[in-house]
Design a protein around this ligand. Structure first.
Ligand code: B3K
Ligand code: ZN
Length: 885
């Protein structure tokens, strides 16, 4: 497969001004008539029209109503000698029921859905399938009325009625021009929750959420999230809803989370359906952010879209940043805001940092790709969001809002690049530091890899100064050996002996900062000297993770304990606790003769103090008490023995369980009742801490051969009035390996056998259970034979296969390599059905070269077996080829 290069971009030779689509929907043979008004791009020399198509049956081509000659060049339909303006009609047919890739038009539960981003529209009709071709759309849908009573597409319904033979039709017109990746249609037996709203601007809108008939009672939270999203974007960025009607439709067969099609978002049911009985607090909060995310795309993505797919982070990084800000603003209290930031940083560091250090590392704006679907990554999304966050840090919140306003003034209705975005933010803030730093700042778009910032502090008692010296370094990544220094905003504070922030004054400057100060690193190495410091302070560096970097500072335990106890920045307070744990874990992991139970009294006492703290929020306590994940710990090591990492972390957890037992009991007692269920930040934090207490109490009980707490967990499981408490109790039992887990799992299945999303949890919980005597893999294989298992449903396949391969390191990385064998077989099996799902799974062994032997050799061989297979999809091929490079 050949790579597409960013440098090869050229404007399209033809523009499409309007598209009139007519569908005769049928699961076996859907007919599509595509009438386009074309206009030659006269800026370029005359070129043939080349239209993309994939798995289409071409019936007829008319130019200005006349039969026309054409030729095929691979997958492209090529028409030469067209007049500069013409109408082109193309008739094709497709078979939606055989579409297991879930790209283009497909059938799920007897309904029709589409997914076009990035290159799925070419599976519906021949088209210039690229985001810089924006057209006006009108769409007529015809289908059997009884089977498909609801017919939806983008924009406004302008006509509908009955046809002969029990069929009916609906005609939709989208008032906004759009790239074809935002096209959507839905047809089926669906019901809808509807809400009319009037926005601040005084306009009326209809919001609708369509689901299958049994699911209507689970749409209230998604609707509320949508209402909040509309209000927030108007209030924070002045961006109103630009459609009379805004629809969300849920489907249980979907490759990813959701899709922002103009006016007709299509969602994975996982990010729509929620009731207190079936969804956890985490589900509720994910729904809020995904509903927000897709809604915010209406401006950042749809009104202004990407010129080409290399610019993907233009819309994704920015929209993730916006959804993070939305959830943060909705969270309310300062503590809840900090909790949200910690959660986002955890995602960044456990997913994106490893990606940036592995074979798939790529810049936020990649230079080349084989299959664009492989580049919907945590780098494009989460690192992209951090890059946007740094603009805000550099120009301030008000300055950033001005920048967004200028961006829309300049580019609304266009397909643009990351450079256009950067320029708008800089131009709107002429007196900020950004304009002069912009060329260097843009290295964040071109250089892959996570920079490492090393800092050293020197206190000089005689001059009463404290000098911080920073140096930055970024390791080589595939295709990029040399890196130039980045622009790195470093927000910091200095704590005195009482834990208070010192006033900060840099040598030679008049300005005095109380609390935090923002420094900007631009050199490979540079120093900052703070004056008027009369005793050695403890530096709190990179507050709130002010840049997506690794900070190396040789903190003593005493300094970290001081930060954990006092830092005014809750993020760094949490971070200090993580560093204490990482130091202990890595020491024990690296010395295989050492006792894996690596926690000393100082650490345990500090955790006890946090648990007992009178004013800290439950959610924050839960985050501090959570040990760094096995994946995060592995990233801190040069050579990884996954079994040793697991053994040490597990031993540390047991130690926390046993040594803090009395405190877990107190904590449980204090948090077990949260009253009537609401998924707000405070009560969900309480439930999370309660679940954590129960987990540790069950762990301690099993270690001590005592059944009291498992019995309490079983009762809580049975009596729970919401899914969060019920699932936490079940997880506590399963995670402790207690025998009561078995009947509880059976009961859980019986209770929720008709709730697909809950069954996904049931499957995932079992395959991520601790691997006792190598039993996880046989259990995974057994679960794949369960009558509720299906490889074709992405959610279900992920809940069993991906959860095992990607969320159970100790169960997966087996000495006998059977986990890798299983992985390679499933990748190949899935690749024949759904390449996108397969290629995601293929990334489970990204970090193979860091593994200790024999894991390393065995993993490499498993990847090579996949790579050797003929007929692999481009998707999987690209992932395994890069892994072996
Ligand atoms: N833009 C879509 C992702 C499409 C993925 C295509 N393989 C959802 C989102 O980011 O909002
Ligand atoms: Zn997105």
């Amino acid at each position: 497969a050949t790579a597409i290069q960013r440098a090869d971009y050229s404007a399209p030779a033809w523009w499409v001004d309007s598209v009139d689509l007519c569908f005769d929907l049928d699961p076996i043979k859907t007919r599509v008539l595509n009438k386009m008004k074309l206009r030659r791009n006269t800026d370029l020399p005359v070129q043939a029209l080349r239209l993309d198509g994939e798995e289409l049956n071409l019936a007829r081509v008319l130019v200005n109503g006349q039969g026309s000659t054409f030729k095929m060049d691979g997958n492209q339909l090529v028409l030469s000698n067209l007049p500069d303006e013409c109408e082109l009609e193309i008739f094709t047919t497709t078979c939606p029921s055989k579409n297991t890739k879930l790209m283009g038009l497909y059938v799920s539960n007897d309904s029709f859905f589409t997914q076009c981003e990035a290159e799925g529209f070419r599976r519906i009709t021949y088209f210039l399938d690229r985001p810089d071709v924006m057209a006006m759309y009108s769409v007529t849908l015809r289908a059997d009325k009884a089977k498909y009573p609801v017919l939806l597409s983008n924009g406004n319904l302008v006509d509908s009625g009955d046809l002969e033979g029990g069929r009916h039709f609906a005609k939709w017109v989208d008032p906004h021009k759009k790239p074809c990746y935002l096209f959507a249609l839905v047809a089926g037996q669906l019901v809808c929750r509807e809400q009319r709203i009037t926005t601040r601007a005084g306009k009326d809108h209809t919001l609708q959420i369509y689901v299958r008939s049994g699911d209507l009672d689970k749409t209230e939270h998604a609707m509320n999230s949508l209402i909040h999203s509309v209000a927030w974007d108007e209030a924070r960025f002045g961006l109103p809803l630009d459609l009379e009607r805004f629809m969300i439709v849920a489907t249980s067969d979907f490759n990813m989370g959701a899709m922002e099609n103009k006016g007709l978002n299509i969602f994975n049911t996982k990010y729509v359906l929620a009731s207190q009985a079936t969804a956890t607090d985490v589900d509720f909060s994910n729904i809020e952010s995904v509903v927000g995310h897709e809604y915010f795309h209406n401006w950042t993505g749809n009104r202004i879209t990407c010129r080409d797919w290399f610019q993907l982070s233009l819309k994704e990084g920015l929209t993730v940043f916006r959804d993070q800000e939305f959830s943060t603003d909705l969270a309310g209290t300062a503590s809840a805001r900090a909790v949200k930031r910690i959660e986002d940083v955890r995602v960044l560091r456990t997913n994106q940092f490893p990606e940036d250090a592995g074979p798939m590392a790529h810049p936020v704006r990649p230079d080349s790709y084989v299959e664009i679907s492989n580049f919907y990554t945590v780098t494009i999304y989460e690192k992209g969001a951090e890059v946007v966050r740094m603009y805000q840090t550099l120009v301030g919140r008000a300055g950033f809002e001005k920048g967004i306003t200028l961006y829309f003034e300049r580019h609304d209705g266009n397909a643009v690049t990351c450079d256009d975005f950067a320029q708008a933010i800089a131009d709107a803030n002429p007196s900020s530091v950004l304009p002069s730093l912009l060329p260097q700042f843009k290295r964040w778009y071109s250089q892959a890899g996570t920079p490492r910032v090393s800092a050293q502090g020197v206190f000089d008692a005689a001059s009463q100064t404290y000098t911080l010296t920073f140096s930055q370094h970024c390791a080589a990544t595939p295709g990029q050996t040399e890196k130039l220094p980045f622009v790195i905003p470093v927000v910091l504070g200095l704590l005195d002996a009482n834990g208070n922030d010192l006033p900060l004054q840099l040598e030679g400057q008049d300005e005095i900062h109380t609390g935090s100060q923002r420094l900007v690193l631009t050199e490979a190495s540079q120093s900052f000297c703070f004056t008027g410091v009369n005793a050695e302070p403890v530096p709190s560096i990179l507050r709130g993770l002010s840049a997506p970097v690794v900070l190396a500072f040789d903190y003593s335990d005493a300094q970290l304990l001081h930060l954990l106890a006092h830092d005014s920045d809750p993020f760094n307070r949490w971070e200090a606790g993580q560093r204490l744990a990482v130091n202990r874990a890595t020491a024990a992991i690296n010395d295989s003769s050492a006792n894996p139970a690596a926690l000393d009294a100082a650490y345990i006492d500090a955790m006890r103090a946090v648990l007992r703290h009178p004013t800290l929020d439950a959610a924050f306590k839960e985050l501090v008490l959570t040990l760094p994940s096995e994946v995060y710990l592995a990233e801190q090591l040069t050579v990884v023995d996954p079994q040793r990492v697991h053994t040490v972390r597990q031993a540390m957890r047991e130690q926390l369980a046993i040594e803090l037992k009395a405190d877990w009991e107190t904590t449980y007692a204090a948090t077990q009742e949260t009253g009537a269920y609401t998924p707000d930040a405070v009560s969900s934090g309480k439930r999370a801490l309660c679940g954590m207490a129960l987990t540790h109490l069950c762990l301690a009980a099993v270690a001590e051969g005592n059944d009291q707490w498992p019995a309490i967990a079983l009762q809580r499981f049975k009596n729970a009035s919401n899914m969060t408490d019920r699932f936490n109790a079940l997880s506590a039992l399963v995670g402790s390996g207690h025998a009561l887990a078995i009947p509880a799992l059976e009961e859980f299945h019986a209770l929720f056998k008709n709730e697909a999303l809950v069954l996904d949890k049931w499957f995932a919980l079992q395959v991520t259970a601790p691997d006792v005597g190598g039993n996880t893999l046989p259990n995974v294989k057994k679960l794949m034979k369960h009558s509720d298992f299906s490889l074709r449903n992405p959610n279900r396949a992920r809940s069993v296969i991906s959860s095992y391969c990607q969320a159970n390191p100790a169960g997966f990385h087996r000495l006998d390599a059977a986990g890798y064998q299983f992985w390679s077989e499933r990748v190949l099996e899935l690749d024949a059905i759904n390449p996108q799902v397969a290629a995601r799974l293929a990334r489970a062994l990204d970090r193979w070269s860091k593994l200790a032997e024999p894991y390393r050799t065995n993993a490499r061989q498993a990847i090579a077996r996949v790579a050797a297979k003929s007929g692999l999809s481009k998707d999987t091929q690209e992932v395994v080829t890069r892994a072996l490079a």
